[in-house]
Design a protein around this ligand. Structure first.
Ligand SMILES: Nc1nc2c(ncn2[C@@H]2O[C@H](COP(=O)(O)OP(=O)(O)OP(=O)(O)O)[C@@H](O)[C@H]2O)c(=O)[nH]1
Ligand SMILES: [Mg+2]
Length: 433
């Protein structure tokens, strides 16, 4: 008798694999759904794992036994029973060993968990293995589907709009890292889950002023808050605050045609006393940057909102922005309330701008930020700034992990703990204080 655990993408494929390896006389003890393949837990596929043993070659009919009593999935054909003997005469000529009936009884005893003769150490060992296997399978099954902590964590992740694949990664990790006993401590598990979510949030490392002037460009879909964010950044860097001395800031916009767009930035420029320029094309932008480079530490460039579906317009704007040169920091601006299905599309369509990071705006308009966290994690994008209101310049700050974690719904957040776990560098923080 030989035990096996095999995996494949479907029940049938797994069964065929087992038959190839162990022949037809196999008994399936259990089956379960598992994640197969992938890289670092990502891109795994759903598959099937079958556990069982190949039976004694003399034990005709053993393959009909199903110790665990677990039925195969309804979509897959059940393990077929052996075909009726085409030629019983030939079958009957196969010579059985002298002790065939005795051996068969022993194996059946193991399979049905009756006690085998106490003096038979081999069978005692086999029995103990079968029991161990069964216990492990039972434990896994309970962990997989039943435990209330897993259900609560799953529901909380759904409540926050985390994507299916992100939820799967978290839940698989909980199953892997917590024993059945430890799962009973919900608070401990949710603390760990918060920690993992925190670790999945990548923050942009501000370049500060290694190169002068620092050129920061905001691109993104229409109406997400690019111009308002440019004004907020201009105020914090240009006027300075208790934490940061002011630097020479200039604003440039390529959004000079739309009614109201020019007036919007002009109004901020007047209030803050910071110059703004309008440019129409590549040459214009190149010249303006050259002039400002003589006098400014930082150039903030506002762009026209573009639909991610309009590739032609995006292409034109990309050509124009090439005038900023390769050292310009392009940031994609995206509203926290963006629909999950749109987030990926936006991240992808703006990829030609080689944006370095993402500014999340309108955090005040939603409590469901799992979709943003999942998508940025899956696309390996970092977050630079977050904005959470219309007030200029108050409602902006550098992104911190803590800010995202305290925004999550349904988790009990121990702020001191997460602040210790994810400290942020005060010196690099921008915030209106
Ligand atoms: N609630 C909230 N509203 C914001 C935030 N940032 C900007 N807004 C508002 O969003 C609206 C659009 O802001 P804009 O800055 O004009 O957006 P934009 O991306 O420049 O828009 P286009 O140039 O038309 O593409 C305005 O009413 C802003 O006051 C924010 O963080 N929270
Ligand atoms: Mg604008």
């Amino acid at each position: 008798m030989e035990y096996f655990i095999e995996q494949a993408l479907s029940y049938t494929e797994c069964l065929n694999k087992i038959r190839m390896k162990y022949g037809d006389k196999v008994t399936i003890l259990s089956h379960k759904t598992v994640r197969i393949g992938g890289f670092l837990g990502l891109f795994t596929k759903e598959g099937v794992e079958l556990t069982g043993f190949s039976s004694n070659p003399y034990g005709k009919g053993l393959s009909d036994l199903n110790i665990s009593g677990t039925p195969p999935p309804s979509t897959d054909p059940p393990l077929p029973k052996p075909a009726p003997e085409a030629n019983p005469v030939i079958h009957n000529t196969v010579k059985k060993p002298a002790n065939f009936e005795e051996e068969k009884k022993k194996v059946l005893a193991v399979a049905t968990q009756q006690e085998p003769p106490a003096h038979d150490p081999t069978l005692q060992q086999v029995l103990s293995e079968v029991r161990n296997l069964k216990e492990r399978i039972d434990a896994t099954t309970i962990k997989n589907d039943e435990h209330s902590t897993l259900k609560r964590i799953k529901d909380t992740l759904i409540l926050n709009d985390f994507s299916l694949s992100y939820r799967q990664i978290i839940l698989d990790r909980v199953k892997k890292e917590f024993s059945l006993d430890a799962l009973n401590n919900y608070d401990m598990v949710q603390d760990k889950v918060l920690e993992w979510i925190g670790q999945s949030i990548a923050l942009y490392q501000e370049e500060e002023f290694q190169k002068r002037p620092r050129i920061l460009v905001l691109v993104g879909p229409t109406g997400v808050g690019k111009t308002t964010t440019i004004a907020k950044l201009a105020a914090i860097y240009g006027i300075g605050n208790s934490m940061r001395r002011p630097v020479a800031v200039r604003m440039i916009t390529i959004d000079a045609f739309r009614i109201g767009a020019k007036a919007q930035l002009e109004a901020y420029s007047k209030i803050m006393g910071l110059p703004v320029s309008y440019v129409e094309d590549y040459d214009d932008l190149k010249k303006t940057i050259a002039v400002y480079s003589e006098e400014a530490d930082m150039l903030l460039i506002d762009t026209i909102g573009k639909s991610p579906r309009d590739s032609a317009q995006l292409g034109e704007m990309k050509q124009l922005l090439d005038a900023c040169g390769p050292s310009a920091e392009v940031h994609l601006t995206m509203a926290a309330s963006t629909k999950s299905s749109d987030i990926k599309e936006i991240l992808r369509q703006f990829e030609p701008f080689a944006y370095r990071s993402v500014v999340i705006t309108k955090l005040d308009e939603t409590v469901h930020i799992g979709n943003i966290i999942s998508a940025l994690f899956e696309q390996r994008k970092s977050i630079s700034y977050i904005t959470d209101g219309q007030k200029v310049p108050n409602n902006i700050q550098s992104a911190t992990v803590v800010r995202f974690l305290i925004n999550l719904e349904g988790f009990h957040v121990n702020r001191t703990r997460i602040e210790n776990m994810f400290p942020h560098n005060e010196a690099n923080q921008i915030q209106w204080k």
